[in-house]
Design a protein around this ligand. Structure first.
Ligand code: C2O
Ligand code: CU
Length: 489
């Protein structure tokens, strides 16, 4: 048993460009122990692909079940997890662009759940948001998800009922949509799902602290342990001289991961599923916020070990690329094509302000502008700490209505002391400006970060009819007020 360990892995309270304070988890296993426990250097398990179950009319079978895994390697005990098809992470779903994704989902847990297909411009009824687009799938029941995946790229799926409790127990998996050409061979197309976990001092998932109001009102449930595809400090085999595509997916419930692709020679080719028109060198640190994806292209030039580090505080290695000699290959980098998304018309847009308020470290006090101390106390007693435009949580009325095809310009102002990762369902948007400054690359995203005091402007065409959530993907924030919705007629 790993008693009384302290680890530095995720200790430093640091939020990149935001510079806000976060509550570091009290328990920290130390780096030495971390390295020792991982000495065996497990190789990242190849993702099992979801197999077509027989006699199910072309449906893939996905089951939410209780299961166990050793998150802390051999030194820790087995954690009680909730898994898809007994796997951590959930099985890979891989389809071709334009194909139907047909999944027969069965809930074998003892609480209601649902599945959300994050980043897919999906038909509203298949979006998996309980209480808004479908009733929760009750224990023992099934729900058929059946939708078209219109855009190629790296996506993921996860539970969307009490997400703050379900996702950080393991209910997440990758969803890969391929375009119609092959740019990378199967062994050079690599998914890396990055998840932070909060382990107790036995190295086991700390379940007692789920739903802690302190987490909800501060930086969210930050973990103290990081896994890649469910394993700590894995070795990831690469081939010298070959181009690889690394699909990074941050499934953490609150942790922004700071990475520096340039340090191991990788270029960025896509974010949140959407390819760039050319590979980009990105010197310095990039944020990979909860729910975001970054696709990297990497061609290692030497055999040997390339550390993949997290740049939060002291650089910290969380995976090692093991580059092996391979037959020479001079195939140039071939990029996936750019998806055709509807271009916002900024001249004729509906402008919507999104003021984010509340939270600890002074944020609740700013709510006094709109409500009395008693009202604020009531809110907090109901587990609500955050507001959008003065309103906590999902109301009966949408935050705004859009005509189908209308451009929406959303200007978010973060008047809280914490960073947030804002996700818009059913649409991708361009990030236009930060603090009034137009960005050099107005990339398409489905989740944007915002630092304390920052103003971020995004734009998208509301072309997908239905009821769509906008929420913080720090799941405890979403649960305690940072959710709203809009309707496209
Ligand atoms: Cu990835 Cu509303 O979620
Ligand atoms: Cu948040």
């Amino acid at each position: 048993m790993a008693r009384g360990l302290t680890f530095q892995l995720l200790e430093t309270p640091y939020f990149g460009q935001g510079g806000s304070t976060t509550n570091a988890p009290e328990l920290k296993l130390d780096r030495r122990t971390f390295l020792k426990s991982a000495l065996a250097g497990s190789v990242t398990p190849a993702f099992p692909q979801l197999a077509l179950a027989e006699a199910s009319a072309g449906f893939l079978e996905l089951n939410a079940v209780q299961g166990k895994a050793n998150l802390y390697g051999d030194n820790g005990g087995a954690s009680d997890l909730w898994l898809y098809n007994h796997q951590l992470p959930g099985p890979e779903i891989r389809v071709k662009q334009g194909d139907r994704v047909k999944v027969r989902f069965t809930n074998q847990l003892s609480e209601p759940t649902s599945v959300h297909w994050h980043g897919i411009r999906i038909e509203n009824a298949m979006d998996g948001v309980t209480g808004l687009t479908q009733p929760a799938v009750q224990p023992g029941e099934s729900f058929d998800y059946d939708f078209v995946a219109p855009d190629a790229g790296t996506y993921w799926y996860h539970a969307h009922n009490m997400s703050w409790n379900q996702v950080p127990r393991g209910l997440a998996g990758p969803l890969i949509v391929e375009d119609h050409e092959q740019h990378f061979s199967a062994d050079t197309d690599i998914i890396l799902m990055l998840s932070d976990w909060r382990l107790d001092d036995d190295g086991v998932l700390d379940t007692a602290s789920f739903g802690a109001m302190h987490d909800f009102s501060h930086a969210g449930r930050l973990g103290n342990w990081l896994t890649v595809n469910g394993t700590s400090l894995p070795d990831i085999p690469l081939k010298k001289g070959h181009w690889h595509r690394l699909r990074l997916i941050n499934t953490s419930s609150a942790r922004i991961l700071d990475i520096a692709p340039d340090r191991f020679g990788a270029k960025v080719i896509a974010v949140d599923g959407q390819s760039f028109n050319e590979a980009r060198n990105m010197p310095g640190v990039m944020q990979l916020a909860p729910a975001q994806r970054i696709d990297l292209a990497l061609r290692p030039t030497e055999a040997g070990t390339l550390p993949f580090e997290m740049m939060t505080g002291q650089p910290f290695t969380f995976a090692n690329f093991q580059v092996a000699e391979a037959p020479a290959n001079d195939r140039p980098l071939s990029l996936p094509p750019v998806n055709r998304l509807p271009e916002p018309d900024l001249e004729d847009a509906l402008e919507i302000p999104l003021v984010m308020e509340g939270g600890a470290m002074g944020g609740m006090r700013s709510l006094l502008k709109e409500r009395s101390e008693d009202e604020i106390r009531d809110m907090m007693q109901n587990g609500l700490f955050w507001t959008f435009n003065g309103v906590p949580g999902v109301q009966d009325e949408p935050m705004f209505n859009a005509r189908r095809g209308e451009t929406i310009v959303l200007e978010s102002r973060n008047d809280t002391s914490f960073a947030h990762a804002m996700h818009v369902h059913g649409h991708h948007f361009r990030v236009l400006e930060r603090n009034g400054k137009p960005l050099d690359h107005q990339d398409w995203r489905d989740t944007f970060t915002t630092a304390p005091r920052e103003i971020v402007k995004i734009a998208f065409v509301a072309d997908n009819p239905g009821k769509w959530l906008i929420h913080c993907h720090m799941l405890g924030h979403a649960a305690s007020g940072m959710r709203t919705w809009f309707e496209v007629a």
